[in-house]
Design a protein around this ligand. Structure first.
Ligand code: AMP
Ligand code: MG
Length: 490
């Protein structure tokens, strides 16, 4: 394995600190690496030189063809509940943590490769990733970031020069360079807890506290405070998902972070029509991860996190059960608070005293199924005096008119001018989200060698709030109106 003249210097805190939770491993050679997309904005944010990343040495690192000097790549071990069933040994089957870099603001960020070859955790998998799904993670995660939602980021996608076969179809093999504040998951704690090595679990807990929730170190019971902090971070995160109509699609416990960042963009998709029962994933037969189930599932996952912490919350785990249960129960109140705050802001109301109005809006949307994004964005137009755009999206205009009248009274009763409220709404209700049919079209073209639609889509969804002329086709749902299905064959 060549060692690149490195465009990036990496630390190995996770690898040094948490032996027992990883296996040192090397990427599989990539015969002819080529950069497909490099994220200039993120590179700058990380203090990296994007041109150096595009150089042959840089691309070699991004594709896993070379390892930066001094780095200790590891495949991370984790367990997880997948669709409710426990797997004791998942781990990075096709991914490696290259190491951590410190950005100019002093924040530690993981640099991670997905699609870099089989690891000891690969089980039956080929260790590879096709170009389409890696580009999908790139565009959706960058859209989420632009929407202000905590998420892992995408630094680059590079092809390896080797084909990957999925469902009998060949695609270019690709590697996604992912950046995250860490890759610690609920499943990481489940793995440590199941190992029976309480010292390992304690070290993991301390590592997670130092890295993500340092205030917990000063609490009377730091592991319990960590649990409370993660409950709060996830409640806030899932409320933000609901606010933009994001359906994660595979909320397994190995896909839930301790940092509170969204991770693992597989079968995810955004709502067109608002319907809590919406499921896009072809393998989610029971609708476990439907849009409207996400808060409940997050809390279920957090209960698994709590269970894994019992032995470090109290030497006698029996004594840990009540405080841990209380911490998980607090999710409901916290989620409701974040969701109510998000909805108040979306309809231009300061303060949070309009609970009924907000709930009635959600009920109205659940009955009328308007396009979620356009309906909410259209409310600012209604505030400015033209209710046409929102009325056009519903069947029962009487019901929407009645709601609009109550809402207008609330808007007019505020200290700030209605126009100012409308402007504030435009800053929280996106015009552009990654529309499913646009994502598919861009990925299909990219796999066929035309990257222009992909680049354009990235540009559109990473400036989601400013309406720009000429981009009308990005602001509507699929004109063909066909149901959208995502496949886990990633
Ligand atoms: P995910 O559905 O992406 O959360 O992945 C679940 C588990 O399957 C993780 O342990 C992945 O590392 C592993 N995995 C997914 N795809 C592959 C693959 N092509 N080769 C090896 N492992 C994989
Ligand atoms: Mg995963």
């Amino acid at each position: 394995m060549t060692v690149a003249a490195s465009p990036v210097t990496l630390d190995d805190w996770f690898a040094r600190d948490l032996g027992g939770l990883h296996q040192p491993w090397q990427p599989e050679p990539a015969p002819s690496p080529e950069a497909v997309v490099v994220n200039d904005g993120l590179a700058a944010e990380l203090g990296l030189d994007a041109d150096a990343l595009r150089s042959p040495e840089g691309v070699a690192v991004l594709a896993g063809a070379a390892v930066p000097a001094g780095a200790t790549p590891v495949a991370q071990a984790y367990a997880g509940h997948q669709f409710g069933n426990y797997s004791p040994r998942l781990g990075d089957g096709r991914a490696l943590l290259l190491g951590e870099l410190t950005d100019p603001e002093g924040r530690r960020r993981d640099l991670h490769l997905k699609g870099s070859g089989r690891t000891p955790f690969a089980r039956g998998g080929d260790g590879k990733a096709p170009l389409g799904p890696m580009l999908r993670e790139y565009v959706v995660s960058e859209a989420m970031h632009a929407l202000g939602i905590p998420t892992t980021r995408s630094l680059a996608v590079a092809t390896t020069g080797e084909p990957v076969v999925r469902d009998g179809r060949r695609q270019p093999g690709a590697v996604l360079a992912r950046v995250a504040s860490s890759h610690l998951r609920v499943g990481t704690f489940q793995y440590a807890a199941a190992s029976g090595d309480v010292d390992l679990l304690r070290r993991l807990t301390e590592h997670a506290i130092a890295r993500h929730h340092p205030e917990a170190a000063d609490a009377e019971n730091p592991p319990l405070a960590l649990l409370q902090a993660v409950v709060e971070a996830q409640a806030r995160l899932v409320a933000q998902w609901m606010d933009v109509g994001f359906v994660h699609g595979v909320m397994n416990t190995d896909n839930m972070t301790i940092s509170g960042e969204t991770i693992d963009y597989g079968p995810c998709a955004f709502l067109d029509a608002f319907d809590p029962a919406t499921v896009y994933s072809s393998i989610d037969h029971g609708g476990r991860y439907a849009y409207g189930n996400q808060p409940r599932i997050a809390q279920w996952n957090l209960a698994r996190f709590a269970e894994s912490l019992l032995a470090v919350i109290d030497d006698d785990p029996e004594n840990a059960i009540t405080p841990a249960t209380d911490a998980v129960s607090a999710f409901a109140e916290s989620f409701t608070r974040h969701r109510a705050a998000g909805l108040h802001a979306k309809i231009g109301l300061t303060g949070e005293q309009h609970g009924e109005l907000v709930e009635d809006l959600v009920t109205l949307m659940a009955t009328e199924h308007p396009d979620h994004t356009r309906f909410l964005r259209g409310l600012a137009t209604a505030a400015r005096g033209d209710a046409g755009p929102v009325r056009d999206l519903v069947v029962d205009r009487g019901a929407v008119d009645a709601w609009l009248e109550r809402w207008r009274a609330a808007l007019e009763g505020q200290d700030r001018a209605v126009d100012e409220s409308a402007a504030a709404m435009d800053r929280v209700n996106p015009v552009y989200i990654p529309r499913n049919h646009q994502v598919e079209a861009a990925l299909t073209a990219a796999v066929d060698g035309d990257l222009d639609p992909f680049r354009r889509l990235v540009d559109v969804v990473t400036r989601p709030y400013d309406e720009r002329p000429g981009l009308e086709e990005y602001a509507t749902g699929d004109p063909s109106g066909t149901g959208y299905v995502t496949y886990c064959g990633t």
